[in-house]
Design a binder for this molecule. Structure first.
Ligand code: 3NM
Length: 223
């Protein structure tokens, strides 16, 4: 298997990170992913969770379809929480939370695939890095309606604090991020934005992804 992803490459992939499952989608998920990819989405996470989520074969079938779309676009496909599914699909990586299996055990199972870990504090961030995380997901930065069990809203200040504490790994902000908030999130220290509703609930999916991408790129270039 190829080597661990380099931080510079990881940062590129984090720029516009679409997180979704069928429950987040008004339209057919494949259509949303297609349009989002056309709009410049840089990474996709399959997060089939919540009330009404698919299980069993239909879940795997949807994951395969979305994965194939990402493969064709040359965009990494990450599986939320489910290491077995990620290995079965030969996905590009796994994203885990603090309540899931420990990061070092997941790292051992997935080899050099991408490992993303949700972190809410400096301590959680340090531990995740020691245990092999390639990037950190930090949130919720703003209030979100897309995650029932989200932690308390942290504000962009958590990103400043992590950077000030010397955490220099790739970081993606998540939770309530819209195009209008991108600049603030990037300036606070994130390398990209992870979104559900800003893309899945948009009237024009491709245009929404394009706008996020443009704002991320501009904010990175003019810190
Ligand atoms: N994780 P939206 S917030 C999946 O804080 C997820 O770790 C979060 O959806 C965290 O972009 C969140 O619609 C939901 O707010 C993000």
């Amino acid at each position: 298997m190829s080597a661990r992803i380099l931080p510079e490459m990881m940062c590129q992939h984090l720029q516009v990170y679409l997180v979704l499952g069928s429950v987040n989608c008004l339209a057919e998920p494949g259509r949303i992913v297609q349009e989002a990819l056309a709009g410049g989405t840089t990474m996709v996470q399959f997060r089939e969770k919540g009330r009404g989520a698919l299980t069993g074969a239909p879940r795997i079938e949807l994951a395969r379809r979305l994965q194939e779309q990402c493969r064709r676009a040359g965009v990494p496909f990450i599986v939320n929480d489910d290491v077995e599914l990620a290995l079965e699909l030969d996905a590009d990586g796994v994203h885990i939370g603090q309540d899931d299996e420990s990061s070092d055990s997941v790292r051992e199972r997935i080899g050099n695939r991408i490992l993303g870990v949700s972190a809410h504090t400096i301590e959680e961030a340090r531990r995740a890095i020691l245990q092999g995380a390639d990037y950190l997901g930090v949130g919720p930065i703003y209030p979100t309606l897309s995650k029932d069990d989200a932690h308390a809203v942290q504000g962009p200040v958590i990103l400043y604090e992590l950077r000030k504490a010397g955490i220099d790994v790739p970081i993606v902000g998540i939770g309530g991020i819209t195009a209008d908030r991108v600049e603030e999130v990037i300036r606070a220290g994130a390398d990209g934005v992870a979104v559900i509703s800003a893309v899945t609930q948009a009237e024009r999916i491709q245009a929404a992804a394009e706008k996020l991408k443009k704002k991320v790129v501009l904010s990175i270039k003019h810190p």
